[in-house]
Structures are given as structure tokens and as C-alpha cells.
Design a protein around this ligand. Structure first.
Ligand code: NCD
Length: 319
């Protein structure tokens, strides 16, 4: 059986819960040096058509822990530079007998297209302004570890929501698990129809993060912006930067998160990014384990194959 991870929107609560529980279990085993399931005969194609550091390396690490082999694919050096379509590239990889694909592409929906033409599991590593499901799973695991639960939390997502696949996947996941999601930023960087993604819009930072349990900062994604969306980066920072002064508006134990890459001094200052309330390095670490879970689940593995009984992670409460 093969399953795709194309977006959080396409997963139900039980599937999200299973992926988080698998990730938590894999993390424990890796840290304790215990065995994890092995899938040694399988080869995963790593198709990164856009730049990536943490997502690509964490998928490589995840594959490595599971005993999978990876086949790398440099978009610039491939036949796509000779005019081959994405569909034909996917068919080529299918008939070369690759078993799974991890795909990052600037076009929203590219992984969905790949899943139509490829036989095995397809995992979305970020597509345009659509979704980044494994980032959201890693963020949810980090929140669960620090807060014990997601239900009832107030989560403020700050900045360039319009161009952010991370914001979309996080909004779908966190609201599915019962959090209150808020989008905070200038009018030009909040989708014009935010009603399509679950969240309450605020344009003022102080009210947007008042009483927040979690703040997720977003990078200004200038590569996706058209002219005139921002008057100046300095002005944006003066209004929306998460720093010591801003944090005072949130709850005392508010977590500060950022998917990276961080532009220090713009969306977040050094004091906050490196401070006690920051969960940024935990997000990076957890990225590996949620990608292990996604690959394992994609190949048909479930929690019942590795542990019993299954206690839903999302049902866990803080002690
Ligand atoms: C993000 C992405 O590529 O969507 N980074 C990541 O994968 N951790 C966010 C960004 O580029 O700002």
C-alpha cells in the first residue's frame, strides 16, 4: 500500500495523529539508540526544484535512519532544462522503478500532479504558496512536546502569510487539532480571502499576539512578492518584529517559532531567536522525525506495526 503526503488539508485528524505518534516514537528510539524499522530495498527520489537546506537534509537523514536509499535529482542538470514536462519527468522516474518521491517545486500543486502519474508514495516538501505538510507536522510535534496539547492554544502566525505554504499547512493542522489560529501582518501580506484558510486576521501586532501561547514568525518571501507589497523592510520590522518588547504582549510562557531560513533583525531579533522561549532548534530537530514518520507511513507502515497500545499524541495532556 502506498499513501501520499500532499498537504495537511488532505489528511484527517486520525492520520495527523498517527504521523505525530510515529514521529514521537521514532525520536525516542533514535535518541536512545534503539532500532527503527528498516526499508532497505526501497529507493526514494529527491526532487528539489527549489533551494532548500533543512528540508532536503532532514529528508536525507530520515531516509538514512530507515535504511532507504536516495536518488538525487538536480533540476538544473536534468532533462527539464531541455524542455521535458514535469509529467514526463515523473513517468521517467516511475519506469526507472523508483519507489517514492519527495518533491519541492515552485508551482503550487506540482506534488499532486506527480502523485497522478507516479505509482508509489509522493511526499510534498513544499510547493509554491500551497502547502508544506512535513514542516507543519514538525511544528506540531514541537508544540506538543513543550505545551502538552494543541487543543485550546492561541497560535499567532506573523508576517508574510500571503506567500507562505508554512502558514497554510500550520493553519490547517493547528485548527484541525483545536487551536485558535490568528494571522497578523500588513494588509498586503495577508490573503485577500483569508476565510479560505482557517484563522482570524489582525493587522496590529499588540492585539494579534495578546494572550498568545505560540508565535510562529514567517520570513518575508521577497522572491514571491510583486512590487509595492512592502513600503520598506525597516518599516515592516518596526511594526511586526518579534522582540523583547513585543513578547511582553503575549503569554509569559509563549513559545517563539520560525520555520527558517531566518532573517535575523527583520522578523525576529537575536534576543528572541536565541532566548529561552525560542523553539527554533527543536523545530529543526523534529523535522527529521516527522519526515521519518511520513516516509514510513507513505510506504504503508502504521503505529500498530511498531507499538501497542496506541495512545493518541493529541490526547496527551500536560502533567
Ligand atoms: C520554508 C519554505 O521553504 O517553505 N522553509 C522551510 O522549508 N523550512 C519557509 C521559507 O522559505 O521562508
Amino acid at each position: 500500500m502506498s499513501r501520499h503526503v500532499l498537504g495537511i488539508r488532505y489528511l484527517d485528524t486520525t492520520e495527523i495523529d498517527t504521523l505525530l505518534a510515529l514521529a514521537a516514537e521514532f525520536k525516542l528510539r533514535v535518541i536512545e539508540g534503539r532500532e527503527v524499522p528498516q526499508l532497505p530495498k526501497k529507493v526514494v527520489g529527491m526532487l528539489f526544484f527549489e533551494n532548500s537546506t533543512r528540508t532536503r537534509v532532514s529528508f536525507e537523514m530520515a531516509a538514512n535512519y530507515l535504511g532507504l536509499k536516495t536518488a538525487n535529482f538536480a533540476a538544473g542538470a536534468s532533462s527539464m532544462s531541455k524542455g521535458e514536462t514535469l509529467k514526463d519527468t515523473i513517468l521517467t522516474l516511475r519506469y526507472e522503478r523508483l519507489d517514492a518521491l519527495v518533491i519541492r517545486h515552485r508551482m503550487s500543486g506540482a506534488p499532486n500532479l506527480a502523485a497522478r502519474f507516479f505509482g508509489g508514495p509522493v511526499l510534498n516538501a513544499g510547493d509554491g504558496m500551497h502547502e508544506h505538510p512535513t514542516q507543519a507536522l514538525g511544528d506540531a510535534l514541537t508544540i506538543l512536546e513543550r505545551k502538552g496539547q494543541i487543543e485550546g492554544l492561541r497560535v499567532s502566525i506573523i508576517g508574510d502569510v500571503e506567500h507562505s505554504r508554512v502558514a497554510r499547512s500550520n493553519a490547517w493542522l493547528l485548527s484541525n487539532l483545536g487551536a485558535e489560529v490568528r494571522f497578523v501582518g500588513p494588509r498586503t501580506l495577508i490573503p485577500t480571502e483569508p476565510g479560505q484558510i482557517p484563522g482570524i486576521v489582525h493587522h496590529d501586532l499588540a492585539t494579534g499576539i495578546s494572550g498568545a501561547d505560540v508565535i510562529i514568525c514567517l520570513r518575508l518571501q521577497k522572491e514571491r512578492m510583486s512590487e509595492g507589497m512592502l513600503s520598506s523592510v525597516g518599516e515592516y520590522a518596526s511594526m511586526y518584529q518579534i522582540n523583547r518588547e513585543a513578547l511582553a504582549w503575549a503569554n509569559d510562557d509563549c513559545l517563539v517559532m520560525h520555520p527558517g531560513p531566518i532573517n535575523r533583525g527583520i522578523e525576529v531579533d537575536d534576543w528572541t531567536a536565541d532566548g529561552d522561549q525560542s523553539a527554533i532548534t527543536a523545530q529543526i530537530e523534529n523535522g527529521v522525525f516527522v519526515r521519518m514518520a511520513s516516509l514510513y507511513w507513505g510506504f504503508g507502515g502504521g503505529l500498530e506495526d511498531i507499538i501497542e497500545p496506541h495512545v493518541p499524541v493529541t490526547a496527551r495532556r500536560a502533567a
